[in-house]
Design a protein around this ligand. Structure first.
Ligand SMILES: *Cc1c(COP(=O)(O)O)cnc(C)c1O
Length: 394
């Protein structure tokens, strides 16, 4: 098999071997429905309870504040639509940002069609949301502020604690899409005063299709899925026990020595960014150099299409992304790059490389070499580049 250099950890991550091992018994002999009363079911119920504790511990929540969902998108949909529904009598205004994940943005657009008003706050050139701008957007009828902890495309980390203070001064609920942040940087719902936090297992070396919504104890939210009494009557459906168990184990593992892993991944990312910016001409780094997710490196290369470069990288087994797994195939430039002011003709050259604790220096070196060679190939075929060179000669 061809060697794979996996640099798309913002799209999904490799499941830890220990996570898989923890899940296997629940896909085989421990198949009982956790809601049943016989002891076989007790094994499943215990697995779910343990996972709930493991997830709660990772974000400093209480176990009864963790609600398992079908992933990050469901958690975002639930948080936003249920707050809208539950608090519509108080007001119909929501504040979010221009760079949220589509699970948040499209949920907001859905609500706009149903009589809600949404303010999409601008970000600066590095992708930071200004707490002051959030404050200025607050109205009498604002019921929710939703800001992501860290951006999936450009990696910028937001001042979450500051924004939550502003929300709570005005008695407004605060939702955080923590899908990119949880398990990668410290996230503490108490310290950051978060009311609702979306988490996804497959972004932190757990299985796909499982996640959680943290709901602060005193926040009364309507159910998202109606049916059985699972998840304290708030999210019906037989528990996906193997996935929940795997999520719990993954949450426990990412919490161990997080600071060390952050340092290691950050160091490698800085090495990658340094090499790209010094050895390759006509490139910009997207997002903030300092306050970014440890594993995120997002570049725009001029005179080429990011897609073409990604196809050539793939021929060498290197997996990168155009910025967001959800927009691949779309022709529109990324809404995040537009929001930070990247001109469309530069934005089309975006390549996002996201590292994990599995990434090695050798892999980064091979990737930089592949970038250099293939960029040269593509640029030599580019009419724009030819014109640029002619202009320079004059
Ligand atoms: C991946 C992602 C989601 C969606 O999570 P899924 O579990 O894939 O549904 C939501 N928000 C952000 C920021 C993400 O990166």
């Amino acid at each position: 098999m061809k060697r794979i250099i996996y640099l798309d950890n913002a799209a999904t991550t490799k499941i830890h071997l220990e996570v898989l091992e923890e899940m296997l018994p629940y896909l085989q002999e421990n198949y009982g429905n956790p809601a049943a009363i016989y002891s076989l079911a007790g094994q499943s119920a215990k697995g779910v309870a343990k996972a709930r504790d493991q997830v709660a511990r990772l974000i400093n929540a209480r176990r009864e504040e963790i609600y398992f969902t079908g992933g990050g998108s469901e958690s975002d949909n639930w948080a936003i639509k249920a707050v809208a529904e539950s608090f519509a009598h108080k007001g119909k205004h929501i504040i979010t940002t221009k760079i949220e994940h589509h699970a948040v943005l499209h949920s907001c657009e859905y609500l706009e069609k149903r009589g809600f008003r949404v303010t999409y706050v601008d970000v600066d050139a590095e992708g930071f949301v200004s707490p002051e701008k959030i404050r200025e957007s607050i109205r009498q009828d604002t019921i929710l502020i939703s800001v992501m902890a860290a951006n999936n495309e450009i990696g910028t980390i937001q001042p979450i604690a500051e924004i939550s203070r502003i929300a709570h001064e005005k008695g407004i609920l605060f939702h955080v899409d923590g899908v990119q942040a949880v398990g990668h940087i410290p996230m503490d719902v108490e310290e950051m005063e978060i009311d609702l936090l979306s988490i996804s297992a497959h972004k932190l070396h757990g299985p796909k299709g499982i996640g959680a919504l943290y709901i602060r104890k005193n926040v009364k939210l309507s159910s998202f899925l109606h049916g059985g009494a699972q998840e304290r009557h708030r999210r019906a459906g037989t528990h996906n026990v193997p996935a929940i168990v795997g999520f719990g184990k993954a949450a426990e593992m990412v919490g161990e020595n997080m600071a060390e892993k952050m340092d290691k991944v950050t160091l490698l990312r800085e090495y990658l960014i340094d090499r790209v910016l010094t050895e390759i001409p006509h490139v910009r780094l997207n997002g903030s150099r300092e306050k970014r997710l440890p594993g995120n490196a997002s570049f725009c290369f001029s005179f080429i299409e990011g897609e073409s470069l990604l196809i050539l990288l793939d021929q060498r087994g290197i997996c990168g992304s155009g910025g967001s797994a959800c927009t691949t195939g779309a022709v529109d430039p990324s809404h995040v790059l537009m929001a930070i002011g990247v001109p469309p003709e530069v934005a089309k050259g975006v390549v996002r490389l996201t590292l994990s604790e599995y990434t090695t220096k050798e892999e980064v070196d091979l990737t930089v070499e592949a970038l250099k060679e293939n960029l040269e190939r593509l640029r030599n075929m580019s009419v724009e580049y030819e014109q640029y060179l002619k202009r320079m000669k004059k």
